[in-house]
Design a protein around this ligand. Structure first.
Ligand code: HEC
Ligand code: HEC
Ligand code: HEC
Ligand code: HEC
Ligand code: HEC
Ligand code: HEC
Length: 280
């Protein structure tokens, strides 16, 4: 993601603000209500109707004003974004949503990771399915090796054999699988399920996972490539709000979204305790 950091510094813009000063590429369609600058570039007045917004200190800008964003008030900020950005192109299909409207599985999704569509009632272990790539790399390409805090540190062989013994014992007790590589390394799917809940029989260890009723809802929010912008923006405002009102409000939906595709809940430590013994 590109942020115009230098420009933002110079222009007294709020942190993580939209880029300015760039000429729209072909990917962007600018409706007539948005006025561009002399060089056909994005200027403050392209998006803001407030006079001299660039000369007003950020904290004094009236963001509640109807003129704050060109075109009036939008129900959701994304509605504003999609006036210029192509909604379809900015979303990637979430292949983990594996059921269609009829409740049948979307077979075309399976072959992103499997060589053939597995027979769900026959395949009973990893050995029964042909994966396109080794466990270690199957998620990469679509996801980074370090998609979140502490994930790289985890993709190693446990330093202590006791951990391996724990994994074997605890995963049996919890009725889940914790796949490791041939070299006993932890990988994404040691913690994460690849499949939407119900694709694999939830009564079996491979199919037991955190049940997310609203995978699509959560993901809907996540699907925006600008999610981090919104979250950071909200975090700032929330901090201010909390300071003003002396409160500790947090975004709870964030957590719901993040507890998707896990073999056990992590928020209460269950997942961690399959491998770790934090008492030591
Ligand atoms: C007036 C039209 C317009 C609106 C409205 C608009 N954008 Fe943009 N946006 C652009 C242009 C032009 C670029 C520069 C990139 C280009 O031309 O392809 C850009 C670039 C971006 C980029 C950087 C993309 C990259 O290629 O690095 C992000 C992220 C972005 N916009 C997010 C948003 C979000 C979020 C909103 C809504 C809050 C929004 N935009 C609203 C016109 C707009
Ligand atoms: C492509 C559209 C776009 C352009 C161009 C643009 N802005 Fe913004 N700006 C936004 C959007 C969208 C928000 C509101 C984000 C939100 O509500 O979370 C915003 C928010 C702001 C805010 C309020 C931040 C806050 O939350 O208090 C200020 C101040 C601001 N912009 C200043 C500027 C200035 C100055 C320029 C020109 C240098 C500029 N903007 C150019 C889209 C744009
Ligand atoms: C994102 C990659 C990915 C996609 C997409 C995917 N799978 Fe899998 N699948 C895996 C991995 C990795 C394993 C082995 C580890 C596990 O079970 O999580 C596996 C294992 C399986 C197994 C064996 C489970 C067992 O009992 O051990 C079945 C059956 C299966 N997948 C069916 C499907 C079906 C049906 C689809 C399409 C709806 C599908 N998979 C889509 C990655 C994927
Ligand atoms: C073909 C591309 C593709 C592959 C392969 C893939 N994913 Fe994803 N995954 C996505 C997309 C798209 C999303 C939706 C969110 C986004 O755009 O980042 C997603 C979302 C997720 C999420 C977060 C769900 C949420 O709501 O925040 C997890 C966890 C995840 N994937 C794990 C995995 C794991 C583990 C593997 C490997 C077994 C894998 N993915 C392989 C494309 C892929
Ligand atoms: C599949 C097994 C497994 C699971 C599940 C797991 N860990 Fe780990 N964790 C490891 C391994 C392997 C290491 C590498 C160090 C080692 O071998 O002891 C590690 C290392 C760590 C470290 C030290 C990181 C560093 O900087 O060296 C922390 C902290 C940690 N884990 C916390 C957690 C938390 C919190 C959870 C639950 C969200 C969790 N782990 C879930 C296997 C696991
Ligand atoms: C040690 C367990 C563990 C490993 C290994 C692990 N994850 Fe995660 N992952 C989690 C947990 C727990 C969360 C929930 C996030 C939270 O609560 O902070 C998560 C969240 C995610 C998310 C959604 C969160 C977001 O911010 O978008 C994605 C995507 C994801 N993981 C992908 C991966 C991929 C890809 C790998 C391998 C390269 C991987 N994870 C390795 C435990 C793990």
């Amino acid at each position: 993601m590109v942020f115009s950091v230098q420009a933002a510094d110079k222009l007294n813009l709020p942190p993580l603000h939209h880029v300015v000063g760039v000429k729209p590429s072909e990917a962007i369609n600018i409706p007539d209500v948005f006025k561009l600058g002399e060089q056909q570039e994005l200027i403050c007045a392209t998006c803001h109707g407030l006079k001299d917004i660039d000369k007003t200190p950020v904290e004094e800008v009236d963001t509640d004003s109807a003129d704050f964003l060109v075109g009036g008030s939008y129900r959701g900020l994304t509605g504003f974004c999609y006036r210029c950005h192509d909604e379809k192109k900015t979303q990637r299909d979430n292949i983990h949503l594996m059921f269609d409207e009829q409740g049948d599985i979307k077979k075309e999704n399976c072959t992103f990771c499997h060589e053939d569509v597995p027979e769900r009632d026959k395949a009973q272990s990893i050995a029964d399915v042909k994966l396109r790539l080794p466990l270690k790399t199957i998620c990469l390409g679509c996801h980074l090796k370090d998609p979140h805090f502490n994930s790289v540190e985890h993709q190693v062989k446990p330093a202590q054999d006791e951990m391996l013994e724990r994994i074997e014992k605890n995963s049996k007790e919890q009725g889940i699988i914790v796949p490791l590589t041939d070299k006993k390394e932890v990988v994404c799917v040691s913690c994460h399920a690849s499949h939407q809940y119900g694709v694999l029989n939830p009564e079996t260890p491979a199919g037991k996972q955190v049940k997310t009723e609203n995978l699509d809802v959560g993901v809907d929010y996540k699907e925006h490539p600008w999610n981090s912008v919104f979250t950071a923006d909200k975090a700032l405002r929330l901090d201010e709000f909390n300071q003003q009102h002396n409160m500790q409000v947090k975004f709870s939906y964030q957590r719901i979204v993040q507890e998707t595709l896990l073999r056990l809940p992590a928020k209460d430590g269950q997942l961690c305790l399959v491998c770790h013994d934090f008492k030591d």
